[in-house]
Design a protein around this ligand. Structure first.
Ligand SMILES: [Zn+2]
Length: 218
């Protein structure tokens, strides 16, 4: 199943193609440009649900992992911590690209450290007419679970679409990232149905207000 995201947590974006895995993961933190971000993965259990709905775990794998994690909270916390750390690392690397500046050396080193561990523990599988990631149940580990996300980020950062990565220009601090696939390369918002609509309504309101003031002054 492919999961898209929107500010309403369950609806899908009708106006944009499904984002890269890395971007979907980074956007599990909403309202990044506000002083307090909204964490959409507040617990290890929510992380597992996300991994399942983004095709990185089967339902059986998720439920059995959840059982293991219930008995061993340290394992759960450690994997959860790694996932969130990886997410923030990817955000930092993508942000540097968006801003055309060099990333922090420590971020690159930490990301490479992640990439170089057990690359081969995740593979692809043919399921219901599509390729998807598959982590063998016997090899479920921190790196095998998160590796597809790291690889998606590496590909995005080094690929032909890197110059099209953007951050939503919503003035409330949305902060979601997206890849601008528009021909004109002028997409400004994460979603036309959400931040884009609001900006349009705002412009409309400002224009009407200016017109009203102009007619009152004339
Ligand atoms: Zn937005």
């Amino acid at each position: 199943m492919k999961a898209a995201s929107s500010h309403g947590s369950t609806s899908t974006r009708a106006d944009s193609p499904v984002d890269d895995l890395a971007i979907r993961f980074v956007n599990t933190a909403a309202w990044r440009l506000r002083s307090e971000i909204e964490e959409r993965l507040p617990s290890p259990a929510e992380l597992l649900m996300w991994l399942q709905s983004n095709g990185l775990l089967s339902k059986d794998q998720r439920t059995s992992l959840q059982r293991v994690w219930k008995q061993n909270e340290d394992v759960a916390r450690s994997l959860y911590g790694s996932a969130i750390a990886l997410r923030e690392l990817i955000y930092n690397l993508l942000s540097a690209r968006i801003d055309d500046r060099a990333p922090a050396e420590a971020d690159v080193a930490a990301f490479n450290n992640f990439l170089s561990s057990h690359v081969h523990s995740a593979g692809i599988a043919w399921r219901a007419g599509e390729y998807g990631w598959e982590v063998p149940s016997s090899q479920v580990s921190r790196t095998s679970l998160l590796m597809p996300i790291a690889l998606s980020a590496a590909e995005l950062l080094t690929g032909v679409r890197a110059s099209r990565i953007r951050q939503c220009q919503d003035d409330r601090g949305c902060g979601w990232l997206f890849v601008d696939e528009s021909r004109a390369q002028n997409r400004r918002w994460c979603s036309m149905g959400d931040c884009g609509n609001r900006a349009k309504a705002q412009r409309h309101y400002q224009r009407a207000k200016r017109q009203r003031m102009a007619s009152e002054n004339s």
